[in-house]
Each structure stands twice: as structure tokens, then as C-alpha cells.
Design a protein around this ligand. Sequence first.
Ligand SMILES: Cc1cc2nc3c(=O)[nH]c(=O)nc-3n(C[C@H](O)[C@H](O)[C@H](O)COP(=O)(O)OP(=O)(O)OC[C@H]3O[C@@H](n4cnc5c(N)ncnc54)[C@H](O)[C@@H]3O)c2cc1C
Length: 319
Amino acid sequence: MSGALVIVELVSGKLPQAGLELLALARLLSGGSVSVMAPGADEVTVRTLIARGADIVYVTGVAGTNDYNSDSWIGCAERLARELNPALILAVHNSTGADLAPRLAFRLGYGCATGCVAVENRDGVLHFTRPCYGGNARETVSFNTGLVVATVRAGVCDALPVDAARSGEVVAVELLPSRVRVIERKRDSGGAQRLEDAKVIVAGGRGLNGPEGFNVLEPLAATLGGVVGASRVPCDLGWCSHAMQIGLTGKTVTPELYIAVGISGASHHLAGCGNAKTIVAINTDAEAAIFRDAKFGVVGDYAKVVPALTAAIKTLPAV
Ligand SMILES: Cc1cc2nc3c(=O)[nH]c(=O)nc-3n(C[C@H](O)[C@H](O)[C@H](O)COP(=O)(O)OP(=O)(O)OC[C@H]3O[C@@H](n4cnc5c(N)ncnc54)[C@H](O)[C@@H]3O)c2cc1C
């Protein structure tokens, strides 16, 4: 038993960066062939998957229609896993991965590790590191089953560069009929912003003191070509969409630049943004925990600092 099966969910028909990262991780860890189940993948997507590390791409469903259906996706993944016997099955840690992984692991008798921030091969044994105790600690686990389904957070490794010379196999498989009938899908308007793929994020917290605070952040994000995110508090208070939540129970983001505005820096929040390349904090409290993780910080009222920063950036020559 060797090799890996990666389950990739397209987002609006496109391959998400986190899916490409999983391919690289599978190549690094599997020691065998890397198979991909990619519901709805079209020809271009299949070519990209192979150029980025896939050996076999299992194309399921109708190209362009890849809406997640737990019943049929898990059934299809189970059938593939029984045929391929992979030692490792990987999915991105998001709502799809969190739904799929434990159910698939149970059906197959595999171990299950969700929300991993690192996966290492130590002398032939895979070790999975994940936050525990509400993000206040990390645990590293290995499984005596040897066989594991894992969901991995974005940014755990770099995607492989495109190798157009790579060749691979394409196999069409059918998604199983589902007992679930989807009556309607409604996209949260905040979901239009792809926080997971953003290079720059300006995130607001309770310190914005109300929903109108986000109107101050938006021009800064727009000036930097970024998107606006949030800590959990403003989402729970209804100041902004839940789709904007970053953290342990929100999205995992890996931007080049993360500007945390009025965010204290709780471990639950940093679980989602701690892998950002550069964190900048704007906070009235010089003792706020966020300054421990920030490379640059401004102690001050965001209502004054953010407009001044936006105006100053606008005067800089474009790069
Ligand atoms: C199981 C669990 C899961 C969780 N998951 C998440 C998660 O996914 N994401 C998440 O974010 N949280 C999560 N939380 C909540 C988390 O523990 C914190 O409560 C939350 O992150 C705090 O949000 P905050 O920093 O916006 O608010 P606060 O901690 O209240 O911080 C507000 C900050 O704003 C500053 N401030 C106030 N006024 C201004 C001003 N005018 N200008 C500048 N700064 C100002 C204050 O000094 C303070 O530092 C979770 C909690 C639990 C228990």
C-alpha cells in the first residue's frame, strides 16, 4: 500500500492554490503515485493538475459542475480508495474537507487528522501536527492504522512549479447517485472575496467598534489590491459576513501582507493567519498580543491611522 489520493474541489471552476499545495505535499510524502479526484475538472484543469504533480486524474461528474455533494463525493472517493489502496488521502481543510474526511475515514477504517498545519514523514511514519485545546496548543499524532485521511490548512507547503513535460493518465469515473437532493444554493455575498488566495488582507476586529469601521478598511484594501477579512467577533455581532472570518473556526489565509486592525491577537485568530509572511498590527493597546506576531505595528486609533496610511500609500509610485 503506497501512494496518495488527493481530493480537489474547484472554486468557481478554478483550481484553488491550496489544492495545488496538497499535490506538492502528496508528492513529498507518498513515495508512490499521486492520484487526484477532481469533480468537474475540464481539460485545462486536468493538464494543470498533471503539470503540478498528479500522475492520474480521476475526472468525475460533468465538466464545470463541481458543487459538493457529500453523499456522491464520499461514495466516489471510497470506491477509488478501495481500488488504489493509498496510504494517504488528502483534502483541503475547509467546510468540504471537514465534512468529507471523517466520514471517508470511518468507511475505510483509516485514521483521520483534520486541520493539519504540518505533515512530516519521520522514518517512514507520517506525523500530523494540528492545533488543539481551541488553538492554544499543537499536537503531533501518528496512527497505528498506517492509513490516514487528513485535511490540511492552506500554506503548509509551496505548490510545485509547472512542469509542462510531465505526463499523466486521465480516467473518467462516475459520481454515485446521491440520496441528497439539493433544492437551492445561496452564496454568501462575502464569499465573493477569495480570502484564501489573497496576497493582501486587511482584517478588522472588535476594535472597529461597529460595522461602519469596515468602510474605513475597504479603501486601504483596495489601494493595496487586497481584500477585507475579520476576526470572529465582528462576524458574530453581524457587522460583516461570516464568510470573512479568519481563524481556527474560520478561514486559513496565507497572504504576503496581513494588516490586523483592532484585533487583539487571540490564538484562535492567529491559527488562521499566523502563516502570513508579514503581519502589521494597528491597535490602541501597546500590550496587545498581536504585536508579538507583528513585524510592524502602530499603537493608535484605527480611525486616524488607517485613513492616514491609505493616503500615504496612494502617494507612493506604483511598483
Ligand atoms: C473554540 C473557539 C474558536 C474560535 N475561533 C475563532 C476564529 O476562527 N477567529 C477569531 O478571530 N476568533 C475566534 N475565536 C475567538 C477568539 O478567542 C477571540 O475572542 C477573538 O479573536 C477576539 O476578536 P478581536 O481580536 O476582534 O476582539 P478583542 O479581543 O476584543 O480585541 C479588540 C482589540 O481592538 C483594540 N482596539 C479597541 N479600540 C481600538 C481602536 N479604536 N483602534 C485600534 N484598536 C482598537 C483593543 O485594544 C483590542 O486589542 C474562537 C474562540 C473559541 C473559544
